[in-house]
Design a protein. Structure first.
Length: 126
């Protein structure tokens, strides 16, 4: 005849299985925070490396390192805040995407103005 197992027996077996996995803390919420930090940190390192490789592919290596490594703490915090705003809500994504669009259009317009000025200066020099 098969032996019946009670819920308490199953819970004891499950706790024995869980106890075999070493965790840094006995508090589950602390373990969740530690796991979140590790995953977030690993993701940030991966993102930084990916960004560096993309910039190096677009520019010469010296300028690329200056662009990526020369970032101030304020710029890093602004990027972090923008990424959090964009990932938390649709309106936040719209604000961040709109801001990036405006900045891109501004940069392109500025490049055109600089090209015109340099063309005028070269024509005036002749």
């Amino acid at each position: 005849m098969a032996k019946r197992t009670s819920k308490s027996d199953k819970a004891a077996e499950a706790s024995d299985e869980q106890a075999s996995v070493p965790l840094p803390s006995t508090n589950p919420s602390t373990n969740a925070v530690i796991t979140g930090l590790l995953v977030s940190g690993a993701g940030q390192i991966l993102l930084d490396q990916l960004e560096k490789r993309m910039v190096i592919a677009a520019y010469d290596p010296d300028k690329a390192r200056d662009l990526v490594d020369g970032r101030t703490i304020i710029k890093s915090l602004a990027l972090y805040g923008a990424s959090k705003l964009a990932t938390r809500s649709v309106p936040g994504l719209a604000v961040v995407a709109g801001g990036m669009l405006i900045k891109t259009l501004y940069d392109r317009g500025r490049t055109v103005q600089q090209a015109r000025q340099s063309a005028e200066e070269s024509s005036d020099a002749e």
